[in-house]
Design a protein around this ligand. Structure first.
Ligand SMILES: [Zn+2]
Length: 208
C-alpha cells in the first residue's frame, strides 16, 4: 500500500478518535494531522517518498553539524572547568570529524540523531524517543521492526509522552490507532499485499 493511502487511513482514524473524545474543531484538525503522520511512520524503514520528505538537505545537515561542533569547542573553553573543558572540546572535535564524513545514505540516521539532540536540548522526552525511533528505523530492513508489536509498543510510549506534553486527551489514542492502522493495511490477507508484516519480531519471523 502506498504512502498516500496510509496517510488517508491514519487521518480517518484520527477523525474517529476526535469524535469519540468530542474534541474542539482545532483539536479535531490536530488529530487528523497526527493520525496521518502516525499512519506513515512505520514506512520510515524504506527509501520512499517519506524518507525524502523528512530528511533535511544534505549540505544543510553537514553545515549545522559543523557549526554545532565549533560552538561546542568554543563553549567548552569559555564556560567549563578544566576537566569538562577537554571532554567538551573532544565531543566538539568528534562532531566536526563525523560531519565531514556525512553521506547521502546516512541521512535518515543523522536526522534521527539531530532530533535526539534537539529533544535533549529542550528536555522533551517524546522528541528524544522519536529521535531514537527514527535512528532504529534507518537501520531496519523494510517491514521488519517498525511493522511489529515491538514497534507499536515503542511508538505508543512516544505517543503517551506527547499527550503528557500537549495535555490534550486523545492524543495517545490518535497516534496509536493511526500507527496500528498502517500495520493492518499491510497485512498479507488483504488482496493487494504481496508481502505481510512480521508482527512478532524478534520472537518469530512468521509473516501475517
Ligand atoms: Zn508499511
Amino acid at each position: 500500500m502506498n504512502g498516500t493511502a496510509h496517510a488517508v487511513i491514519g487521518s480517518a482514524t484520527g477523525f474517529i478518535v476526535a469524535n469519540a473524545f468530542q474534541t474542539t474543531p482545532a483539536e479535531t484538525l490536530l488529530f487528523v494531522g497526527l493520525g496521518g503522520i502516525s499512519g506513515l511512520m512505520p514506512d520510515l524503514d524504506i527509501d520512499g517518498k517519506l524518507r525524502g520528505k523528512i530528511t533535511l538537505p544534505h549540505k544543510m545537515i553537514q553545515l549545522s553539524a559543523m557549526v554545532i561542533g565549533i560552538m561546542m569547542l568554543v563553549y567548552s573553553f569559555l564556560e567549563k572547568t578544566a576537566e569538562d573543558r577537554w571532554l567538551g572540546a573532544g565531543i566538539g572535535l568528534l562532531i566536526l570529524v563525523i560531519a565531514s564524513f556525512i553521506k547521502q545514505k546516512h541521512m535518515l540516521t543523522i536526522t534521527g540523531a539531530a532530533v535526539l539532540l534537539g529533544g535533549i536540548s529542550i528536555s522533551e522526552l517524546w522528541i528524544i524517543l522519536l529521535g531514537i525511533y527514527i535512528g532504529i528505523a534507518s537501520f531496519s530492513s523494510h517491514r521488519s521492526y517498525t511493522h511489529s508489536i515491538l514497534g507499536i509498543v515503542f511508538f505508543g510510549i512516544i505517543a503517551a509522552n506527547l499527550e503528557a506534553s500537549l495535555e490534550i486527551q486523545g492524543t495517545y489514542f490518535t497516534c496509536l490507532t493511526g500507527y496500528i492502522s498502517h500495520l493492518i493495511a499491510d497485512l498479507k490477507i488483504l488482496p493487494f499485499n504481496k508481502r505481510g508484516v512480521k508482527l512478532f519480531l524478534p520472537l518469530s519471523s512468521i509473516e501475517l
